[in-house]
Ligand binder design. Sequence first.
Ligand SMILES: [Zn+2]
Length: 151
Amino acid sequence: MSKRLPVATQDGEAGSCVFCQIASKRSPSNIVYEDKRYIAFLDIFPFSRGHTLVCPKEHGETIWDMKEGDIAELFQVASKVSRAAVTAMEADGFRFVQNNGEAANQVVAHVHVHVIPVKMADRGRFSGRQRFTAAEMEEAARSIRAAMAKI
Ligand SMILES: [Zn+2]
């Protein structure tokens, strides 16, 4: 835990961090999974339908701020979420993307793993950010939650 990465931040302090606000329910989000230590919710600027972010509830800017055992746990949760998201979105695969530092395009300074379901039709294509209606987002979250309950 020596070097710190430069992180683009709207304000990296835990009190005003947007993901801390989501984790503590001070900001609304489409939550698909939650336990004592982790939360998963839909990305508001998704690359695909069902694009989910998995975060530790405890604030830390990058993966280097986490204990190694917690890093493993975060990815275990992300793996479960990927099964639910792929099933619910009828996708054929998924991407894990985990950016650390401004140079890596980390936008929110709170550790998160992107789970991005992809369909065979989109193979090899990096799609841009997409927009879905609030109703479409709620429906995607609802179906991922339902799939999560069966994992
Ligand atoms: Zn935070």
